[in-house]
Each structure stands twice: as C-alpha cells, then as structure tokens.
Ligand binder design. Structure first.
Ligand SMILES: *Cc1c(COP(=O)(O)O)cnc(C)c1O
Length: 425
C-alpha cells in the first residue's frame, strides 16, 4: 500500500512522470543523433502523441494481443521453485511464494512481440512499407519478422555473425517468415554492431522505412514507446496479483539486457512504494572488464546508440567488449530509464553469473517442467536466492521473459555432464 505523505505541501513528482518533452529521464536519455534522423524521430514523436487518443489503434493492438499473441499470459505459482527456496532457507520459517509471469507463452516465445506488433502498426500508420530491426539472440528479429508477416510489411534484420552462429534456428525462422537476415561482421559481431548497422540503414531509408528498435534503448522517443508497449506485462501482472493473492507482491524480479522486459514489468509498479523491484544484469564470468554485460553494476554514464545512460566503456569512452552466456543480455548499454531508476534508488540492480544462470536454468526445467531462456534464468537465479530470505507469507514475482528452446544447444554445450540428471544429483 502506498502511504500518501500527509504533511507535504506539494505532492512530490511521481517517478513514473518521465520522460520530459526533451526525452529526459532525469539526467539520462535524450536524442544524440545525426541531423538526418531528427525529422524522423520528430515524426515518430508526433504520431505517438496522436495515437494516444486513437481508440481504433489500441483496439486493433489489443485484439492482436489477444487472438494472435495469446495474451494475457498467465501468472503461475511455481511450487517447485518455492519448495527449493524454502529448502535453502533451512527451516528458518522463511521462503516467499515464487510466481512466474509467463511471457515464455507469448507467441514466438518471448515478450519481444509486445513491442514489434505495436511499432509495426505505427509503421503502417506512417505509411511506411518496410521495417528494419537489429537482433542479438534472434528473438527480436523473429518477433519483427512475425509482425511484418502478420501486417504485410517488408522486413530486413541486422544480426552479428557471431550471434548468427549461436542462434542458427532463429535465423532459419526469420527467413521462413519472409525476412532477409543481413550478417554484420564488424566489431564483436554481436548486438551492438548490428544496432550500428541498422541505424546506418535507417539514415538512408527513413522515407519508406521504420526502424523497430528491440529494447528500451536508442534516442527519444524509442525508450518511451517500447516501455509503453511492454507495459502490458506489468498491467496484467497487477490485476493478476490482486486476483491470485489479493494484494501487491512484496518483490518483482526481471533480467536486464537493454531493459525492455524489466521496464514493461516494473513501470506500472514504480509508484507502488511497497513493491521492491529488482533488475538482474549478466554477471558473465567475472566482474573484470570484458567478462560481463552489467553496465548498471560496473559502467559509467555515456552516450551509446543515441541516448545518455550507463555504458560499459574504457578510460577513453570507447565501448567495452561484453560477455554473457545469453545472447539477449550481451549488450554494453542499457535503457536510460533504468539509469534513472538506479540513481533515484527506486530499483535495485544486481548481477548473476553465467554459472548461476545455468544452474537456475536446470532448476526451472526440473522443478517446474519449464525450460526458460538463458536470459530469464538470470532472473530465476536471483529470485530463488531472494525468496529464501523473505518471509513465508510474502509473494515474489519473476518475469519469465522467454522460453529456452532457442538455448538448449548452447546450454548443453556449457553444462556438459550436468545436463544428465544422474550426474548432477
Ligand atoms: C531479448 C531478450 C531479453 C533481453 O532484452 P530486454 O530488453 O532486457 O528485455 C531477455 N529475455 C529474453 C527471453 C529475450 O529474448
């Protein structure tokens, strides 16, 4: 429950009241782009303001979410993971109930579709016939290709060649859906480089092309638009929490790559002061530079891909190399609103290592019969750890951002003998 500050003369500005007209989330965000893109971003901002009042637009999106995506996704009581947390609490009468918000059940297997459908509908409103996207794990590429197929748009997807190797099946999926996959061989050949190439394309194609950015990153108004389309997760969760246990949860945990599944889950809760919000970054192999992808934990403010936010960088401001076992978290930047929430003390950010995530991947598979995405496994690892230290009558919700089918080959390679149940028990 929120306690209104009874004696404060003017109500404090709500933490949800961002960004401002310049696209600022406190000190973060903004529009650091070449001149060629300013007009396109302005057009996007204006259209977005206009569709706020456009009932037909939201009716169409809600209908697609229902009949095509399968929303609302369930809020599911994870009895096996709850038992595991209670065992870890070692008889101390602790161990919160763990609930999973099942974004793994959304069409295409992750939350990404919530954003791509919304933006593809906006592209049509602007009269653009082609969409482009960048992709890391391939999930955003598949979700973009899916939205394009559904709405009859042309689709080109930029993807680092290292990610193409790691996520072969998603590459095939995109092609089957009618998209062209463009391999990016620059830099570390991962998400950051694919994003650079997509932005370059857009500079020369804005007249007929809309760039669907895959997370709450990039120049204004993208972080706001993606957050709003993803907020369907948090709005549903709020209603479901009231239905299932009659109050707000004590804690919500989500993994943070660019930060879209976390922002979509957290945003409807940021003004609910009793709800602890926890973002989990990729701790990788260690906290040494180049061995992780945790800008909120180890980065400094800087400009990457059009906005100011925490970024992993060297002394000269060059973007650092990153590592994570999960392609979707392998990004040196993070959405500006997360930087704002971090500095405002509203969201706690922590990190889980590759090994912790891989262990939690098996917990979720064996305790629940749900193979989670490696990205989501980071949130599961942190959730079990936290639940074990919380009272038994508390409720903790994990955003299970995606399913793990795309990861089974990579996880098996990393787990080795541990995949075999008889070896690990
Ligand atoms: C892309 C992806 C992520 C990371 O992206 P965010 O923008 O941080 O949500 C997390 N989980 C899954 C399943 C993904 O596909």
């Amino acid at each position: 429950m929120i306690q209104p500050a009874a004696d404060s003369p003017t109500p404090p500005m709500k933490i949800s009241h961002v960004p401002d007209a310049r696209g600022r989330f406190g000190a973060f965000g903004g529009t650091y782009v070449p001149e060629t893109l300013v007009a396109a971003l302005q057009q996007l901002s204006e259209l977005y303001m206009k569709i706020q009042e456009d009932k037909a637009f939201w009716d169409r999106l809600n209908e697609l979410n229902r009949s095509f995506v399968g929303r609302p996704t369930p809020l599911y009581l994870a009895k096996g993971l709850t038992r595991r947390a209670r065992r870890m609490a070692e008889g101390k009468e602790a161990g919160a109930a763990i609930w999973l918000k099942r974004e793994d059940l959304a069409h295409t297997g992750a939350h990404k579709i919530n954003n791509t459908l919304g933006q593809a509908l906006m592209a049509k409103k602007m009269g653009k016939r082609r969409i482009i996207a960048e992709t890391g794990a391939g999930q955003h590429g598949v979700a973009s290709a899916t939205a394009a197929a559904q709405l009859g748009l042309e689709c080109d997807v930029y993807m680092g060649s290292e990610d193409i190797r790691r996520q072969r099946l998603n590459v095939i999926r995109m092609k089957m859906l009618g998209a062209r996959v463009i391999a990016v061989d620059s830099g570390s050949r991962t998400l950051k480089d694919a994003t650079n190439e997509a932005m370059r394309d857009w500079m020369g194609s804005v007249e007929h092309t809309h760039y669907i950015i895959g997370s709450v990153v990039g120049p204004h108004p993208f972080p706001m638009i993606v957050r709003d389309f993803q907020s369907v997760i948090g709005r549903e969760t709020k209603a479901q929490a009231l239905r299932h246990f009659g109050r707000m949860p004590e804690s919500i945990v989500a993994c943070v790559g660019g930060g879209s599944n976390a922002a979509g889950m957290f945003y409807p809760f940021v003004d609910e002061q009793g709800v602890e919000l926890v973002g989990v970054e990729a701790g990788g192999r260690s906290s040494q530079s180049g061995q992780h992808a945790a800008p909120l934990s180890h980065g400094r403010p800087g400009v990457l891909h059009g906005s100011l936010s925490y970024v992993l960088q060297d002394e000269n401001g060059q973007t650092a190399d990153v590592h994570s076992c999960s392609a979707g978290l392998d990004y040196p930047g993070v959405g500006p609103e997360h930087s704002y929430w971090k500095d405002a003390g509203r969201v706690v950010y922590t990190a889980c290592t590759d090994d912790e995530a891989l262990e939690a991947f098996l917990w979720c598979a064996r305790d629940e019969g749900i193979i989670p995405a490696l990205e989501s496994s980071h949130a599961v690892a942190e959730a079990v750890r936290r639940a074990a230290a919380m009272p038994r009558d508390a409720n903790l919700i994990v955003n299970l951002s995606g399913r793990g089918d795309k990861d089974v080959e990579e996880a098996a390679r990393l787990l080795g003998d541990r995949v075999d149940a008889h070896q690990s028990r």
